[in-house]
Design a protein around this ligand. Sequence first.
Ligand code: UD1
Length: 417
Amino acid sequence: MDKLAIRGGKRLQGEIRISGAKNAALPILCASLLTGEPLYLDNLPRLNDISTTLTLLGHIGVQIALDERGGVELHGAALTRLEAPYSLVKTMRASILVLGPMLARCGEARVSLPGGCAIGSRPVDLHIKGLQAMGAQIDIEHGYILARAGRLRGARIFMDTVTVTGTENLMMAATLASGTTILENAAREPEVVDLADCLIAMGADIRGAGSDTITIQGVERLHAAHYRIMPDRIESGTYLVAAAMTGGAITLRDSCPQALDAVIEKLREAGAVIHCDHDSIDLTAPARLRAVNLRTAPYPAFPTDMQAQFMALNATAEGVGRVTETIFENRFMHVQEMRRLGAQIEIEGNTALVRGVEHLQGATVMATDLRASASLVLAALVAEGETVIERIYHIDRGYECIEEKLNQLGASVRRIH
Ligand code: UD1
């Protein structure tokens, strides 16, 4: 298994390009199941989660042609196996996103239930309830969700918890249902809007994406489209925090500042100076940041996917920062590992109190999930000496060419095979 060896203490400076958004690409790839015509996508990030999704779509019968410019053509003319097997779903929960499209287009789907997950129990009950409200018959057998329906029917669906992939699954299913579907308490994340924009390009009738009420008027069929995936806001946020922690000065190109308000606001509060253009972000940071308090919540509030990175920021900032996680239980697994680098963090329930120290020290640590791993990379960038991060396959699920991009900014990062 690959490891990353990082020698800390380098100030990050320069410019990098931000990749396409993983969490927008995953549902958009699954949208190819909704039509028998080709869907061409630009700006597809090259990540393990994307390869897993392409393997899953190939298993279902979608013809896939990747090109060298970061594009992919998906052609689901004939879907031959309407199932998502356990072997693929267990490595990536987002595989559940094939359920709505397969059921809506083919009237049938068999999808493995996602198992336990490192960051909490993460059920899929709201996906299932929503599809049932649209007329699907759903049984759970031998660890699989078996869904059947004639044509789905539009329905008013209220979700009592804001769920990103739940909203996406139901929105995709509703595009081909008869009549109108109204999703209430829908997720407002930019990736939901990106999926809606792609579906609209394919001929869907969707209004209100980006608000908490999304109205979908079902159509008979969707058609071919060409769509460019939005930039990754979490990758952007992670590099901004990296540069800020090292007292650096960087520019992100092809980014999406408008989707990063909460993160940019916190970085400014910590002392960074940030200027945004429509698709680029400049950050300059002082030698030492101030610790910040934050609380994760659904968009447009502070994203849970940036919580661990800000914990790393607080670990060497001046003062004490209070970090409260409200979306996922058990999302503090990076804390144990950060303590091995010398961070002073106390946990009380879903809140972590981080007391900034002058210096962290390099050590061997283990990546536990995607964003937790990113926080260890950030801590390593400012730690004295060398940090070795094991099990970095977690990082490769969500960060394209992380060592190349960091080295381009002047860091010293080595991949050990
Ligand atoms: C998505 C993102 C993930 C991000 C998360 C929250 C993708 C591929 N992943 O995950 O990176 O951290 O949003 O912003 O886009 N819940 C239920 N019942 C359900 C579904 C969810 O109770 O049926 C709960 C979850 O346990 C959690 C909360 O709702 O407490 C939010 O989860 P959800 O938004 O569904 O996360 P994902 O869509 O899996």
